[in-house]
Write a protein that binds this ligand. Structure first.
Ligand SMILES: C[S@@+](CC[C@H](N)C(=O)[O-])C[C@H]1O[C@@H](n2cnc3c(N)ncnc32)[C@H](O)[C@@H]1O
Ligand code: SF4
Length: 379
């Protein structure tokens, strides 16, 4: 893998600009109820092969299905096309993602600045492999079904408990250092029921902060023997999951029970350890929205200026003609959707601008940007 910085994609705009434009296009496709969409999918699940290094008894891989791969000559062209709009890539096909050849794929991943969403059994997740993936790693999910060696090795043969845990511990610490979220996955099999509280403690001691419990799907010939609902019934499982929830609450761990109603639930006891700078993301979305709706002042879209006495304006220039009301006297909601604001929105949509808005650079700038983009990318 090379460590050069991501290249801009072919149409001249950096990837984040195209992602934002695609997002704005998706809001339009949805909002206008289109059946043919101009937006494109931004999550991709695809693996170059269907191989796995394990034969977990709850997984279809236990039946040794034939391994198939996309022919090498077709992988590049396919990914060139798919990656253009892909933001998040889950490189798996009921398979082990770390069996993709990331060294070979890395130039494409970097060129399109694709972020990896990896769900792994952790056997191949050495510190060196993790280090290579980190620059493009969005999130990592570690499938560790049990804190007990015998149970884990029974469910996830031929995994080696010590190797899985060593890799998981290191990955959890390293990802926390750099702000990449880590999720622990456990499949709710009969064998794990007794130790659910201890499992929470164990993951907390590994440094984990989030656990997802997956309902066992009937993907395996061992389903009947593993299915806890068949073995002990719903009431007992509800009791066990409630004990797990209580322990997660005590330990300050996030817990997502991806189990059928009424047992399912999301419990946000942990603080997510993700470095999301929403201010940056918001500014980018704001300017993309402004360009997509050039002619409607971007400040009127999402900006509010409130003076100490409560007088409120739709923009930083605060012309007296555009006073919206007084939030101290009337309340925020009454001002944001009051008669002056409704009238201003109508005029913005109609291009019938109030005097202070005529020629205002804030109103004009998105148009200039849209025109400049059209000149750079005709058609
Ligand atoms: C199919 S695996 C592929 C990724 C990788 N090989 C792994 O095990 O993490 C994706 C997730 O599905 C879970 N899984 C496997 N068999 C399952 C089943 N029968 N029902 C629900 N989840 C299952 C795994 O534990 C894993 O977290
Ligand atoms: S659950 Fe994952 S690791 Fe286990 S056999 Fe299936 S694909 Fe492989």
């Amino acid at each position: 893998m090379s460590d050069s910085t991501p290249q801009p994609a072919q149409d001249g705009r950096p990837k984040y600009r195209r992602e934002l434009a695609n997002f704005v296009a998706a809001t339009k496709d949805l909002g206008e109820r289109h059946t043919v969409w101009t937006s494109r999918p931004y999550y991709l699940e695809y693996s170059t092969n269907s191989a796995c290094n394990l034969r977990c008894i709850m997984c279809s891989q236990v039946e040794n299905p034939p391994v198939y791969s996309t022919p090498l000559a077709q992988q590049g062209p396919l990914l060139e096309e798919l990656f253009r709009n892909t933001t998040l890539w889950t490189p798996s096909a009921t398979s082990e993602p770390l069996l993709n050849n990331f060294d070979r794929l890395w130039p494409l991943i970097q060129k399109h600045n694709v972020q990896l969403d990896i769900i792994t059994n952790a056997m191949l997740l050495t510190p060196a492999v993790l280090e290579k993936l980190l620059p493009q790693l969005h999130r990592i999910t570690l499938s560790v079904d049990s804190h007990q060696k015998a149970v884990l090795e029974k469910l996830r043969a031929p995994a080696v408990f010590e190797t899985v845990i060593e890799h998981a511990r290191h990955a959890t610490r390293r990802c926390r250092e750099v702000g990449v979220p880590v999720i622990y996955h456990m499949v709710l099999a009969y064998d794990v029921l007794d130790g659910l509280e201890d499992y929470v403690d164990f993951i907390a001691e590994l440094g984990g902060t989030r656990i997802t419990v997956l309902e066992l799907l009937p993907n395996t010939p061992h389903f009947d023997e593993l299915d806890p609902f068949r073995r002990v019934g719903e009431a007992k499982i509800a009791e066990r999951l409630e004990a797990m929830r209580r322990r997660a609450e005590e330990r300050g761990m996030g817990l997502f029970l991806e189990v059928h109603a009424p047992l399912g639930g999301e419990y946000d006891y942990g603080s997510p350890n993700t470095r999301v700078q929403s201010g940056t993301v918001l500014e980018m979305m704001h300017s993309e929205l402004a360009e997509a709706h050039a002619g409607f002042c971007p400040m009127v879209t999402g900006y509010l200026k409130v003076e100490p006495d409560g007088t409120t304006f739709p923009c930083c220039r605060a012309p007296r003609e555009l006073v919206l009301g007084n939030v101290l006297k009337d309340g925020v909601e009454a001002v944001w959707n009051g008669a002056p604001m409704q009238r201003l929105r109508e005029r913005m949509f109609a291009g019938d601008y109030p005097e202070p808005c005529k020629g205002c650079v804030v109103l004009e700038a998105p148009r200039w940007r849209a025109e400049s983009r059209a000149r750079q990318n005709p058609g």
